[in-house]
Design a protein around this ligand. Structure first.
Ligand code: SF4
Length: 378
């Protein structure tokens, strides 16, 4: 299925949900937004995970300067332009304003304010200590109250637990998907669809995994193994095609659309024993030490995580893993740490390409050249 078909079918899916009386809650796609609470309120979480283009970025400049990150620019552009394939954005009832980064909060506030979408607030501490855990719990309780005010009744703990279990099973399957030995673009395509639809995609995900379990990518094809870190590859982005055309194959997605999303799963015994479901969500926030939402030692955690994956991969396959650090232009979270990340990993003999780009068409040739040169080096 190509992207246009995916978006068109997703539009139909959302329209059906609206006809069933469900409200749609959109948010910018990073970590830590508790989809389970939205689901438990009977709403449909809509993760903004769409790549931009020149027109979308340009149209955001009425609201924010061009030095805003290209992804946040494009999110604003989607609401200001509402291109045909995205007309389902008309259906959004609420927008979560959160503070993953400055661009996230600015873009979310603008979308809510200028496109008349009611706002829900969910703020996240930039530190991880006892007080930030308490704060995260207070924010969960507050978001729950905001949702309860809309629906007009209390969301029972049992319903939240059910949602947590549903998402947990879904993430378990995504983890299985991530381990399939298939082309990175195929894996990414199904992962993007799954994260867009959420757990209702589970049957399709299961049949995909069943179909491709045991598939092999022949090393004789000469594909170079790649770990993608930094910014996600969103729906409609051609970056993964450029990597594959250049002879690379992404086997590990260390991004929001990837490992950050499905790395934390829980055994049923833990889920069954949870008393207050919010505590489990707090625990997940606490354990999210590899996400870029600044936490103490984030960069050290990230470097040791990548080194471990690199060494495990080499031991298992005898092959090197090249690291592409994807920097969406003006994404301070990723760019500010990119030189240190590269230097530290290269000191350990791990090759890294810091690949900064926006969504303009003109940059494609330049990206191609840089990716090919890097892949030749591995
Ligand atoms: S600056 Fe980075 S983290 Fe923030 S919205 Fe843009 S891509 Fe996401």
């Amino acid at each position: 299925m190509d992207n246009l078909e995916l978006l068109s079918e997703y539009g139909t899916f959302l329209r059906e949900k609206k006809e069933e009386g469900k409200k749609i809650v959109a948010f910018i796609s990073h970590d830590n937004i508790p989809e389970e609470l939205i689901d438990a309120a009977g709403f449909v979480p809509l993760r903004l995970m769409f790549a931009g283009n020149d027109d979308l970025m340009d149209s955001s400049h009425d609201y924010l300067p061009p030095s805003t990150c290209a992804f946040a620019q494009s999110c604003i552009g989607l609401f200001s332009q509402k291109p045909d394939q995205y007309n389902f954005l008309e259906l959004v009832d609420f927008f979560i304003v959160s503070n993953h980064c400055v661009s996230d909060i600015c873009a979310s506030e603008i979308i809510s304010k200028y496109f008349n979408i009611s706002r829900l607030n969910f703020y996240i501490s930039y530190t991880k200590n006892e007080n930030s855990m308490k704060y995260f719990k207070l924010e969960l309780i507050d978001l729950k109250k905001q949702l309860e005010n809309i629906i007009g009744y209390k969301i029972e703990d049992e319903i939240i637990k059910k949602s947590i279990k549903k998402y947990n099973s879904f993430k378990k399957k995504l983890l299985e998907l991530s381990l399939l030995n298939i082309k990175g673009s195929e894996k990414l395509k199904i992962l993007q669809s799954a994260m867009l639809y959420g757990p209702s995609f589970l049957p399709k995900l299961e049949s995909f995994i069943q179909k491709y379990n045991g598939s092999q990518i022949l090393t004789s094809k000469g594909l170079k193994d790649i770990l993608l870190t930094g910014g996600s590859i969103f729906i409609g982005d051609h970056l993964i095609d450029l990597i594959e055309e250049g002879g690379g194959n992404i086997i590990y997605l260390d991004t929001w659309i990837g490992n950050n999303y499905y790395s934390q799963i829980y055994e049923d015994t833990i889920l069954d024993s949870m008393e207050n479901p919010c505590d489990l969500l707090v625990q997940r926030f606490k354990n999210n030490i590899f996400g870029d939402h600044s936490v103490p030692n984030f960069l050290e955690n990230k470097i040791s995580q990548i080194e471990k994956i690199y060494l495990d991969h080499k031991k298992k396959t005898g092959r090197k893993l090249g690291i592409i650090n994807h920097i969406i232009k003006f994404c301070d979270h990723i760019s500010i740490m990119s030189t240190h990340l590269k230097n530290k990993l290269q000191e350990k003999g791990i090759q890294v390409l810091n690949l900064e780009r926006d969504y303009s068409r003109a940059i494609r040739g330049q990206l191609n050249t840089r990716i090919e040169a890097f892949l030749e080096m591995i």
